[in-house]
Each structure stands twice: as C-alpha cells, then as structure tokens.
Ligand binder design. Structure first.
Ligand SMILES: Nc1ncnc2c1ncn2[C@@H]1O[C@H](COP(=O)(O)OP(=O)(O)OP(=O)(O)O)[C@@H](O)[C@H]1O
Ligand SMILES: [Mg+2]
Length: 253
C-alpha cells in the first residue's frame, strides 16, 4: 500500500477525518495497533461492504470491535483480530480436528486469518439455523463484518451488565438458543453472560469463533462448560435447572 492508499483508508475512519489534528492523533493511536496487513484488509472491505468506520465499541485482548456504516448507511459491527496478539497454541486447539479446516495450511503467520474465517463460518451456520446471532456480512483476512446489535444511540448491553433487569424466563430463551446451536451442529464453547447481548428483550449470541463441530475432540468438554454456565445463569435468575433435565431438553442424553 502506498502512502496515498494509506491516507484513503484512514480517511474513512471517523471521527478522525473531521480534523487534520485528529488525523494525526489517529495515526498515532491506530498506527500502533493496526499493521500494514490490517490496513490493507480494511482497504479491501472499504471497497466492498464498509463505507466508513465510526468508533471502537470494544477493545479486548485479541480483538477490537468498531461500529461502522455500510454502503447503504446501515450500522455494522466490525471485529478486527489483532495480528500481533494472536496466540498460536491457544487458537490451534479449536482449529485442529475441525473437518472444515482440515486442508487449510496453518502457520503462525496466518492462524488469525483462519480464526476470523472460522468465526464468519460459524456465524453463517448459526444464522442459517435460526440462532439469534449477528448476521455475517463480509470478511477478509483478520476482519469480520457483521450486523450491529443496538440502535443509533448505543450498542446492546452485555447480559452481565443487565442481569437485575432480566426475568427468570430469559434463561429459557437462552436454552432455546442453545438447542438451535446444537441443531446447527456446533458447540459454542464460550457461552456466558459476557458473550450474550440483550436487545429488545432477547438474547443475542456473539463471539463464536471458538465454536466447534459436535464431532470435535473438544466438543464434550466445551458443551459441559456451556451447560454449567447456563445452570449458573439460571441460578442467578431464580430458575433452578437440573443438569439432567437440561441435558434432556438439549437432546444430549
Ligand atoms: N454485532 C455486535 N453488535 C454490537 N456490539 C457488538 C457486536 N459484536 C461485539 N460487540 C461488542 O464488542 C464486545 C466484544 O465482542 P466479542 O465478545 O465478539 O469479542 P472479544 O470478547 O473481544 O473477542 P475475543 O474472543 O478476542 O476475546 C462485546 O462484548 C460487545 O459489547
Ligand atoms: Mg467476548
């Protein structure tokens, strides 16, 4: 990417394009986080599905999520996996043994791209099977573009931040989602109130990169953990779920 292309990419990051001064600040802030490859990936997506990037809504250890606008002015969530923070060993566990990626050549260098692709594919599968997940829109390299959950004012809150406002029945809604996820053939593996958004009274499941097929060697362990978490959530919401009943309901025994 030449200097001019680089400028084109950062020009589409708002609100930084508003002032020259902020443009410089942008370079400093985002230049540290975004490497050349990520900016190149953005360059591609800015031609395809993203019109401009508004602001970050979450900065995590491994990924930054931005609010953005699509080509029709619609809100988008853009999840950028940080190439520099990718943990080869940690991610490999969830990729090895997954038939869908059997023939993909995995290296330290490209693992984060496989990870983003995995999240996109998992979102597609869940979405096609009526799991309430953000609809996947596009992806390239380490960037996943998806439906934004929330309104013009603010993103939907995480379940953990609105626990007090939830009724007991909410856990049954979650069980429905879990059923659909299993029908889709994928165990989420990181289901908790940190990866569930609450929007218009309904649970929205996010952060699905680690989800594995039911046949995967980690699936039993991950499923057991998800079930434990749902029971814990049930406890907090005043629904005492029996593990056995729940497993029956999920058709796993
Ligand atoms: N589609 C979305 N719409 C609105 N907000 C979102 C969306 N996706 C993610 N977010 C926000 O971004 C935060 C981080 O997203 P997510 O849980 O997918 O990534 P993460 O936990 O940082 O990723 P990692 O797996 O690298 O730890 C969420 O807690 C949520 O607040
Ligand atoms: Mg998360």
């Amino acid at each position: 990417m030449n200097e001019e292309d680089f400028d084109k990419v950062i020009d589409r990051f708002l609100p930084y394009r508003e002032s020259r001064e902020k443009g410089a600040e942008y370079r400093k802030t985002y230049g540290d986080v975004f490497d050349r490859r990520t900016l190149l990936a953005f360059y591609k997506l800015l031609k395809r599905s993203i019109e401009y990037v508004e602001f970050p809504i979450s900065t995590g250890k491994e990924a930054i999520v931005f609010r953005a606008r699509g080509k029709h002015d619609e809100l988008l969530a853009v999840k950028v996996y940080l190439i520099s923070r990718s943990n080869y060993k940690g991610l490999s566990r969830f990729i090895d043994g997954d038939d869908r990626f059997e023939h993909v050549h995995k290296t330290r260098d490209n693992i984060v791209f496989i990870w983003a692709r995995k999240e996109y594919r998992n979102l597609k599968t869940y979405h096609a099977n009526n799991v309430r997940v953000p609809e996947p829109v596009d992806m390239w390299k380490n960037i996943v573009v998806m439906q934004y959950i929330g309104d013009e004012e603010k993103p939907a809150p995480l379940m953990k931040d609105v626990m007090e406002s939830l009724k007991r029945d909410f856990v049954f809604e979650l069980i429905e989602e879990m059923k659909n996820m299993l029908r889709a053939g994928l165990v989420h593996g990181d289901l908790s109130e940190y990866n569930i958004l609450v929007y218009e009274g309904k649970p929205w499941i996010i952060d699905v990169a680690q989800a594995v097929p039911k046949s995967h060697y980690l699936a039993p362990e991950l499923l057991a953990r998800d079930i434990k978490n749902i029971i814990k959530i049930g406890d907090k919401l005043g629904a005492n779920l029996s593990k056995k009943e729940l497993m029956k309901e999920l058709e796993v025994i």
